[in-house]
Write a protein that binds this ligand. Structure first.
Ligand SMILES: Nc1nc2c(c(=O)[nH]1)N[C@H]1C(S)=C(S)[C@@H](COP(=O)(O)OP(=O)(O)OC[C@H]3O[C@@H](n4cnc5c(=O)[nH]c(N)nc54)[C@H](O)[C@@H]3O)O[C@H]1N2
Ligand SMILES: Nc1nc2c(c(=O)[nH]1)N[C@H]1C(S)=C(S)[C@@H](COP(=O)(O)OP(=O)(O)OC[C@H]3O[C@@H](n4cnc5c(=O)[nH]c(N)nc54)[C@H](O)[C@@H]3O)O[C@H]1N2
Ligand code: SF4
Ligand SMILES: [Mo]
Length: 897
C-alpha cells in the first residue's frame, strides 16, 4: 500500500498566510509532508491559491522547528527541559514579579497569526485574572488605524462589506494596497470583474506597483497625503451635488464639520494637486469616476494604516462613502483589507491593549459585564500599553516579564535595534515559537515553548470579510509541540486560576468566546456569533466557513452592515470625522533627504520563518534590495545591481540597488522580510522611526527620512551547500532556500584567493574539490563532490561581471549528475537535459525568465496567453501576469527595433 492510500482524504483547512483566508485542501503524504491545493468550495477563493499558498507544502519540514521546551540555565545557555519545569518557571516567574511590582509590570505581546482560541485564552488570562491590560499584538503594526477609524465612524470595529462586493463593483479604488502581491487571490477577483464587466481600477500609491495595469489610473500620491486627496474628493462631491442627502440626514452626524475641514485642507483641485503631487488632470479623472459610479469599493491597507496620520486617512475615506450613502449595499463600501490570517479574530477577542473582549471597550459597564461572564477576580480597569509604548516601558525597565507569542518583534517593530536591546533587559522573557531560532529568540529568551504550527494547530481564523473558517490539523504534533492555548491554560492553572482555564479543546474555548459575544448583547454590539455558542464538538469540527454576525436563533446567512444605518454609536448614527491637516511627522532634510517606504514582496511572508523555507518562493526576488528612481540613483552615485547603505536616525542597512522609474522621486522602497538570520545587514525595521498615529498608536512604517550612499564590493558570488552555512563576517550576504540545501548570494572585498581558503573551510576535508582560480580576473570557482554527488559550490567573480547561478543551482538541485554534467559545473553553464531556466518568474510552476524568453524568441509563444498555454506560466495564481506582460512587451520592442 502506498503512502497516499493510507491517507486517502484531504483535510479542509485555511491558508497560513494572508487575510484573504483561502480554503486549502491538504492531503498528507504520510511522511510529514502534504499535497496542497485550493478548496473549490471555500467562498474566499473558490479553489484558487496564490504562489505562497501553493508552496505551503514546501514549508512543512521539521528542520528549523522548536520541538521541545527549553530554558536558560544558570550558565546562561539554553537547554532542553520538560514542559512541567518550563510551565512552572513561567507561572512562578510571572507570579513573583506581579507580587513584587504589581500586574502592570508584566505583559503579553501576541499576534494575528494565533488562532482565535489561543488569542482568547491569552487575553482572558491577562485582562481578567492577572489584572492588567498590557496585552498588545502585532496587529498594532498592522490594523490598528483601521480599527480606530472604524470605531470613530461606526462606533464599532466593523468591516461592512463582503468579497462579493469586489465582483459587483464598477469602480475599485486601491489605496495604499499592493493587492496583486499581498492579497493575490482577491486581486484576481478584481481583475476578473474588470475583464468581464469592465470595472475600473484606480490605484493610489506613491509607487507604481504590480497592482497597476496599463489601463488603470494610477495616482502617485505624495507619502502621507491621502487625507488631502479624499478631503478634495468630499469637497468635489459636495460642490457637484453628488451627495446622498437622505442617507446623510437619516444615518449620520458630523457632515458639516467634516466638510468645513475638508475645504480648509483641500479647497479646490489646485490645492489637492499641490498637496498630493499628483497631476490635476488625473485627480479630476478620479473625482469624476468616483462621482459618476454608484458601485464603488475603496480597499485600503498599509499605505493607509501604517501612517502617522493613519486613522485620519481611514476616516477621510469613510467620509466619502458615508456622504454618498455607498456603504453596506452590493458592490459598494469602504473595505479594509486585513493582513494576517487571523487579524480579524484577534480584534474579535480584544487582543489589542485598548479593547477589552468581544468588541467591548474599557467602559465601566463592559468591565463589569466581562468580569461577571469570566468570573474574573482581577479585571483590568483601564487600557494597557500599545506596542511601541510597551517596548519603551520594557526599555526603561518598568515591564519586567514578557511573553511573546507568534511574532518576531526584534525584526518587525520600528527601531528594531532598540527593541532587541530592550528584550535583553527583561527579568523573564518567555517566547512561544514554531522555530528554534529567529532574531527575537536570538535576543535571549529565558523560556522557549514549542508551539503547534500550521498544519498541526486546530481552531478558527476570521478573514477580511468577517468569515470564520476552521484551521484543521492534518499532521501530528511533532516532538513536544503543543497548541498555544494549551500552554497559556497550563500557566493559568499554575497561577491558581484552574477553574476558569479548564479547557479540553479548541472547541471548548470557541464556544465560550461565542457565548461572550452574545452575552447581554441585545443588538448593542456588532460582533455576535451567539449562534455558534452551542456547537457540539462534531459540529465545530465540521464548521463551514461562516460570516458574522451569526445571531442565536436566526439562520446563518451572509450579510452586510449599515445599508440602513444602525451604527453602534449611542444615537445609532455614523460620524463623519473632521481630519487634521495632513503633514509628515518629519520632513526630509539635507542630512536625510529621502523618505524610506517599507513593505512586501510577492513571494515572501514577513520575517521568512516559513516562506523562507520554500525554494520556489526564494527564487523570485532572492536578495534584499532598495528601489529608487533613476534620477535619485544618478544623484547619489548608485548603479543598478550595486549595493547601497541606507541610514536613518535609528539604524543602517546595506541593500542591493534596484533602479525603477515606478518609484517616486525622493522615495526609497525596501522590503521588510530579511532579518539577522537571513541576511548580513538587511533588517529594515532597524531604520524605521518609532512615530505613531495619535489615535491608533500604529507606527508610521512608510515614511522615515533616510540617506543613501553607494557601498562598493569588488567581488560578488554565491555558495550552495548541503549543510548549514556560515559566511565570513565581513561579507554581505543573503540566504536563499534551494532544494536539498541552503544557499547564499554574497558580495565581498576579500580577494578571490581568500575565497579559496573559505571554500576549503566551508566544505571540509571529506569532499572531492574541483577548483579553478584566475587571480588576474579575480575569479574563483569550486565544486565539492561526495560519492559523485554535488554537495557544494562556491563561485565568486568581479562585481561588474558576477557569476550567474541559475545553471549551477539547477545542477545542485538535480538528484544525480552525469559525468559530463559534473565536468560542466565549473563552467557555470547548463548542459543538455538541465536547461537553465533563469530567474523564476512564475513561482507556481517554476517557470524562469530564460525559458519564457526562449519561447518568445523561437516563436513557440507570442503572447501572455500563449505562454500560459505552452509553459503554464501565469495560469495558476496569476500574480506573475504583470511581469509576464512586461517580458512580452519587451520582446516585441526588441523585435521591431
Ligand atoms: N506576499 C506577501 N503578502 C502579504 C504579506 C507578506 O508578508 N507578503 N503580509 C500580509 C500582511 S500582515 C499585511 S498587513 C498585508 C499588507 O498589504 P499591503 O498593505 O498591500 O502591503 P505593503 O507592501 O505593506 O504596503 C502597501 C503599499 O502602500 C504604499 N504606500 C506607502 N506610503 C503610502 C502613502 O502614504 N499613501 C498610499 N496611498 N500608499 C502608500 C506602498 O508603496 C505599498 O505599495 O499583506 C499581507 N499579505
Ligand atoms: N518596517 C515595517 N515593519 C513592519 C511592517 C511594514 O510594512 N514595514 N509591517 C508590520 C505588519 S503589518 C506586520 S503584520 C508585522 C509582522 O511581523 P511579525 O509578526 O514579527 O512577523 P512574522 O515573521 O510573521 O513572525 C511570526 C513569528 O511567529 C511564529 N509563529 C507562526 N505561527 C505561530 C503559532 O501558531 N504559534 C507560535 N507560538 N508561533 C508562531 C513564526 O515562526 C514567526 O517567528 O510586521 C510589521 N512590521
Ligand atoms: S491569497 Fe495567497 S497567501 Fe493569501 S490566503 Fe490566499 S493563498 Fe494564502
Ligand atoms: Mo500585517
Amino acid at each position: 500500500m502506498n503512502a497516499s492510500a493510507q491517507h486517502p482524504l484531504a483535510v479542509r483547512t485555511t491558508c497560513a498566510y494572508c487575510g484573504v483566508g483561502c480554503g486549502v485542501l491538504a492531503k498528507p503524504d504520510g511522511r510529514g509532508g502534504a499535497a496542497i491545493s485550493g478548496d473549490a468550495e471555500h467562498p474566499a477563493n473558490f479553489g484558487r491559491l496564490c504562489s505562497k499558498g501553493s508552496a505551503l507544502g514546501e514549508t512543512l519540514g521539521l528542520g528549523t522547528r522548536l520541538l521541545h521546551p527549553m530554558q536558560r540555565g544558570v550558565d546562561g545557555a539554553m537547554a532542553r527541559t520538560t514542559w512541567d519545569d518550563a510551565l512552572a518557571r513561567v507561572a512562578n516567574g510571572f507570579a513573583d514579579i506581579i507580587a513584587k511590582h504589581g500586574p502592570d509590570s508584566v505583559a503579553f505581546y501576541l499576534s494575528g497569526q494565533l488562532l482565535t482560541e489561543d488569542y482568547y485564552v491569552a487575553n482572558k488570562l491577562m485582562k481578567g485574572f492577572i489584572g492588567s491590560a498590557n496585552v498588545d499584538t502585532n496587529s498594532r503594526l498592522c490594523m490598528a488605524s483601521s480599527v480606530a477609524g472604524h470605531r470613530r465612524a461606526f462606533g464599532s470595529d466593523t468591516v461592512p462589506g463582503s468579497y462579493a462586493d469586489l465582483d459587483e463593483a464598477d469602480l475599485i479604488v486601491l489605496v495604499g494596497s499592493n493587492a496583486a502581491w499581498c492579497h493575490p487571490v482577491l486581486y484576481q477577483r478584481m481583475l476578473a470583474n474588470k475583464r468581464a464587466r469592465d470595472a475600473k481600477i484606480v490605484v493610489i500609491d506613491p509607487r507604481r506597483t504590480a497592482s497597476v495595469e496599463d489601463d488603470d489610473l494610477h495616482l502617485p500620491v505624495a507619502p502621507g497625503m491621502d487625507t488631502a486627496l479624499f478631503s478634495g474628493l468630499l469637497v468635489h462631491l459636495a460642490d457637484t451635488l453628488a451627495l446622498d442627502y437622505t442617507y446623510l440626514a437619516a444615518h449620520t452626524t458630523g457632515f458639516t464639520e467634516a466638510l468645513v475641514r475638508a475645504r480648509e485642507i483641500a479647497p479646490d483641485l489646485t490645492a489637492v494637486a499641490a498637496a498630493t503631487g499628483v497631476g490635476a488632470a488625473d485627480i479630476a479623472r478620479f473625482f469624476a469616476l468616483f462621482r459618476g459610479t454608484d458601485k464603488v469599493v475603496t480597499c485600503y491597507s498599509q499605505g493607509v494604516n501604517q501612517s502617522a496620520q493613519g486613522t485620519d486617512k481611514v476616516n477621510a475615506i469613510i467620509n466619502c462613502h458615508l456622504a454618498t450613502g455607498r456603504i453596506g449595499r452590493p458592490g459598494m463600501g469602504p473595505f479594509s483589507l486585513t493582513g494576517q490570517p487571523n487579524a480579524m479574530g484577534g480584534r474579535e477577542v480584544g487582543g489589542l491593549a485598548n479593547q477589552l473582549a468581544a468588541h467591548m471597550d474599557f467602559t465601566p459597564e463592559a468591565i463589569d459585564r466581562v468580569g461577571r461572564f469570566w468570573r474574573a477576580p482581577n479585571m483590568a480597569q483601564r487600557e494597557g500599553l500599545k506596542a511601541v509604548q510597551l517596548f519603551d516601558a520594557i526599555g526603561r525597565g518598568e515591564i519586567k516579564a514578557l511573553w511573546i507569542m507568534a511574532t518576531n518583534p526584534a525584526v518587525s517593530l520600528p527601531r528594531a535595534d532598540y527593541v532587541r536591546d530592550a528584550l535583553r533587559k527583561l527579568d523573564l522573557l518567555v517566547i512561544s515559537e514554531n522555530v528554534i531560532s529567529n532574531d527575537t529568540v536570538a535576543a535571549g529568551a529565558h523560556v522557549l515553548l514549542p508551539a503547534a504550527a500550521w498544519g498541526e494547530k486546530d481552531g478558527t481564523v476570521t478573514n477580511s470579510e468577517r468569515r470564520i473558517s476552521r484551521q484543521r490539523a492534518f499532521l501530528p504534533l511533532p516532538g513536544e509541540a503543543r497548541p498555544d492555548w494549551w500552554a497559556v491554560s497550563q500557566v493559568a492553572r499554575r497561577m491558581g486560576f484552574g477553574d476558569a482555564f479548564a479547557y479540553r479543546s479548541a472547541a471548548d474555548i470557541f464556544r465560550e468566546h461565542a457565548a461572550l459575544s452574545a452575552f447581554e448583547n441585545d443588538g448593542a454590539r456588532d460582533f455576535d456569533i451567539g449562534a455558534l455558542a452551542t456547537l457540539s464538538d462534531d459540529a465545530f469540527n465540521a464548521l463551514d466557513p461562516t460570516q458574522w454576525p451569526a445571531h442565536a436563533g436566526e439562520p446563518l446567512a451572509d450579510s452586510r452592515f449599515f445599508a440602513a444605518g444602525g451604527y453602534y454609536t449611542p444615537d445609532r448614527k455614523a460620524r463623519l470625522i473632521a481630519p487634521e491637516r495632513p503633514a509628515l511627522h518629519e520632513a526630509p532634510s539635507p542630512a536625510f533627504p529621502l523618505l524610506l517606504n517599507t513593505g512586501r514582496i510577492r513571494d515572501q511572508w514577513h520575517t521568512m520563518t516559513r516562506s523562507g523555507l520554500s525554494p520556489r518562493l526564494g527564487a523570485h526576488l532572492p536578495e534584499p534590495f532598495v528601489e529608487l528612481h533613476p534620477d535619485d540613483a544618478a544623484q547619489h552615485g548608485l548603479r543598478d545591481g550595486g549595493c547601497a547603505r541606507i541610514t536613518t536616525r535609528y539604524g543602517a542597512c546595506i541593500l542591493k540597488v534596484a533602479i525603477s522609474a515606478g518609484q517616486k522621486r525622493g522615495a526609497l522602497f525596501a522590503p521588510i522580510h530579511w532579518s539577522g538570520e537571513t541576511a548580513a545587514t538587511a533588517r529594515v525595521g532597524a531604520l524605521v522611526a518609532p512615530i505613531t498615529d495619535p489615535f491608533s498608536g500604529q507606527p508610521e512604517a512608510k515614511a522615515t527620512p533616510a540617506a543613501i550612499a553607494p557601498v562598493t564590493y569588488a567581488l560578488r558570488g554565491f555558495v550552495l551547500s548541503r549543510a548549514a552555512l556560515q559566511l565570513p563576517a565581513e561579507s554581505w550576504w543573503a540566504r536563499v532556500a534551494v532544494r536539498g540545501g541552503t544557499a547564499a548570494l554574497f558580495a565581498s572585498n576579500a580577494p578571490a584567493a581568500e575565497w579559496r581558503t573559505h571554500a576549503a573551510e566551508l566544505f571540509g576535508d571529506d569532499v572531492e574539490l574541483a577548483e579553478y582560480l584566475d587571480e588576474p580576473r579575480q575569479s574563483f570557482r569550486a565544486a565539492a563532490f561526495q560519492d559523485g554527488k554535488l554537495v557544494g559550490c562556491l563561485f565568486v567573480g568581479p562585481a561588474e561581471a558576477p557569476p550567474q547561478w541559475d545553471a549551477v543551482k539547477a545542477l545542485f538541485e538535480a538528484e544525480a549528475l552525469e559525468t559530463q554534467q559534473r565536468r560542466a559545473v565549473l563552467s557555470g553553464r547548463s548542459t543538455d537535459g538541465l536547461a537553465d531556466a533563469g530567474p523564476i518568474v512564475c513561482a507556481c510552476f517554476g517557470v524562469g525568465l530564460h525559458t519564457i524568453r526562449d519561447a518568445l524568441e523561437s516563436g513557440a509563444a507570442v503572447s501572455v496567453e500563449a505562454i500560459g498555454q505552452s509553459l503554464r506560466a501565469g495560469t495558476n495564481c496569476g500574480s506573475c501576469l504583470p511581469e509576464l506582460r512586461k517580458i512580452v512587451a519587451g520582446a516585441k520592442v526588441s523585435e521591431t527595433a
